[in-house]
Every structure is written in structure tokens, then in C-alpha cells.
Ligand binder design. Structure first.
Ligand code: ZN
Length: 342
């Protein structure tokens, strides 16, 4: 098959469009003919290399897949050949206490397609049967591939971790990202007031179209001051973080007493400071979040199929131009998802 493969970590130029062996499926797995693979910041970390994470080389990246089932293993019973499918990105053991309690993102063997195993930037990918999600027929293949990772992540952050309540205020940092555009929709669906930040007015207008109530241009406005102004000096109940060092101080300073900051990433850096006096006197909660559960993803997919959530596709590149797609994603010019079409 044709695939995007890298043999060494580095810049986008390490990504080669080349031949790779067809994946061999196990009895509990399916082989998916990939039609679209959406990119995530995870793809960039994996390509650059992550200290202490032994990514097997050569490696095929790509976590967010839509396509058609080409072959099923002998134990597979719930899907059939020819069926359209979107794949849950998280691959777990399915047997441990975390997995059987429905907290599969706590599984010690948790990985993603395209992380410690080969992913979907290829003509074919193998995945466990339990990763097959019902295909939302109202979406194109590129749109369907844009849903799983970011919506699952945002859902877990907002509901499972920050426990957002109706009528609360949430500050969504980085509304132009895939996870930010998902967060706005989820927070609005659950009845929150959304303050959203982005670096251009064009991105802010798109955030408004998704339902954001107040817009903050972080290039021309100070986030914490705008939050104070909009909330009558109170601050927000929840801050949705993934940007890291560049926004961390503003994010913390934007919290109301008793507020919760939830984070799933550190795109601009991981070295952040916390004034402990501020943390305890204001009774703040700092919450980490990583991916989400398959059960949460099934909820997301139902709300996608019913038209409540829509993926935001910024730009589609052919698979062979994965390197250009990575460069574009790293430029932060996009609003929503960058997708490879196969
Ligand atoms: Zn497990």
C-alpha cells in the first residue's frame, strides 16, 4: 500500500509518501480502507519525537480515520465488509480494571492509532473491532475523520473533568484549534456562556458562528482584563486550556473563586508557574485531562449524527502532501481541522 512513513524524527520533510507493507489483522481487528485522516497536534509531537516515548520506526502517523471496512478478523461480529466507518483513536487492552469500568483512557496500555502503533496516513489501517464507530451519514468522509480525537478530548475535559454546569461561564482558549472549536459547541450545548480567544478577528468571527458569546483577540487584548470586564470582575467558572506557557498566567488569573482550570495540552510549552497562595485562597482546581473514553465518543457521535455538533474542516490536502499539511498545521493559520484525503 501507499503510506506516509517516517524513518527518523524531525521536521515535516521526514514524512515520505512511499510503499509500506499491508497491515495484517488479528482475529479481533478490522482492516479499514482509509478515505480521510485528520491531523492533530499529536501528529506533530510524534513526528518531532517525544523524550521518553519510544515511537517505533519506521512509523505511519495519523490518529483520526474515516473509511470503509475492507476485511474483518475471524472473531469480528458487529461490523461487516463494505461498511463506512469512523474509528475511535484510542487503543487499549480492553481487559484491565480501568477498561472494564469504562475508564479506558486510564488503561496502562493506552495508545492512539499513529502513536505507538501505525496510524491512518495510509491506504489501509488495522484497528480493533471495538474502535469502529457508527458512521454519521450526514457528514463527508473528511468531516467524519475530523470528529473523534478533538470532540472526545473536549467532551472529557468539559464534562468528566471540569463538570461544567448550565449557566456557568467558560473561557475557551485557542478557539481556532480543532479542540477549541469542539469545546465551544459542547459548552453551548450544555447551556454555558462561552468566552473565546483567538489571534485574529477572522478566527473570532468563526468562533462566534459556532456560538461563542464573547470574543477576545489575544494579540490586541489582554485576556484576563477582558474576562474581568465581561464577568463584572468575577472571573469564569471554567477555563479550557491546551495552549500552555503562552496563556497559562492569563488562564489562571481569569478564574472566579472556586473556578476550575482543565488542560489537555502544552502546545507553546510546559513550563508553567502556580502561586500556591492564589491557588488555595481562591479555592481553585487544576485538572489534567487526556483523551476520553469510548463511551463518551459514542455519545459524541450520536450528537453529531443528530446535527448538534459539526466538525470544522479548514483545509484538505491529498495524502501525498502530508508534509505540506504538517507545515500548515504548525503555522497555526487554520480554523478547525487539517485533513488528508486518501
Ligand atoms: Zn486496559
Amino acid at each position: 500500500m501507499k503510506a506516509i512513513v517516517f524513518n527518523a524524527h524531525g521536521g515535516p520533510d521526514v514524512l515520505k509518501f512511499t510503499d509500506a507493507p499491508d497491515p495484517a489483522i488479528r482475529p479481533n481487528e478490522v482492516l479499514v480502507r482509509v478515505k480521510a485522516c485528520a491531523l492533530n497536534h499529536l501528529d506533530i509531537w510524534v513526528r518531532r519525537g517525544i523524550p521518553g516515548v519510544p515511537i517505533p520506526l519506521p512509523h505511519i502517523p495519523g490518529s483520526d480515520v474515516s473509511g470503509e471496512i475492507a476485511q474483518i478478523g475471524s472473531d469480528v461480529t458487529t461490523v461487516r465488509v463494505g461498511q463506512k466507518v469512523a474509528l475511535a483513536p484510542g487503543v487499549t487492552c480492553g481487559k484491565c480494571a480501568a477498561c472494564v469500568s469504562g475508564q479506558d483512557n486510564h488503561c496502562r496500555q493506552f495508545t492512539n492509532l499513529g502513536y505507538l502503533i501505525d496510524g491512518g496516513c495510509a491506504e489501509f489501517v488495522r484497528a480493533p473491532e471495538v474502535n469502529c464507530l457508527p458512521y454519521p451519514e450526514n457528514l463527508s468522509l473528511e468531516e467524519a475523520a475530523s470528529i473523534p480525537l478533538v470532540f472526545q478530548t473536549a467532551w472529557h475535559m468539559i464534562l468528566a473533568r471540569a463538570e461544567l454546569q448550565p449557566a456557568e461561564d467558560i473561557l475557551v482558549i485557542g478557539a481556532g484549534s480543532g479542540v477549541g472549536s469542539a469545546a465551544i459547541q459542547i459548552a453551548k450545548f450544555f447551556g454555558a456562556r462561552v468566552l473565546a480567544t483567538a489571534g485574529t478577528d477572522e478566527k473570532l468571527q468563526k468562533a462566534k458562528q459556532l456560538g461563542a458569546d464573547h470574543l477576545i483577540n489575544h494579540k490586541t487584548q489582554k485576556i484576563r482584563e477582558e474576562v474581568r470586564r465581561v464577568t463584572n470582575k468575577r472571573g469564569v467558572d471554567v477555563v479550557f486550556e491546551h495552549v500552555g506557557t503562552a496563556t497559562w498566567d492569563d488562564s489562571l488569573a481569569s478564574l472566579a473563586p472556586g473556578g476550575r482550570l482543565v488542560t489537555c495540552g502544552a502546545t507553546t510549552g510546559y513550563d508553567a508557574k502556580v502561586d500556591l497562595r492564589y491557588l488555595f485562597t481562591r479555592q481553585l482546581s487544576l485538572l489534567g485531562s487526556y483523551m476520553g473514553t469510548k463511551s463518551e465518543l459514542h455519545s459524541v457521535m450520536r450528537l453529531v449524527a443528530s446535527g448538534h455538533f459539526k466538525p470544522i474542516v479548514d483545509r484538505i490536502f491529498p495524502l501525498a502532501e502530508a508534509a505540506a499539511a504538517h507545515s500548515y498545521l504548525e503555522s497555526s493559520l487554520q480554523f478547525g481541522k487539517v485533513v488528508l484525503s486518501v
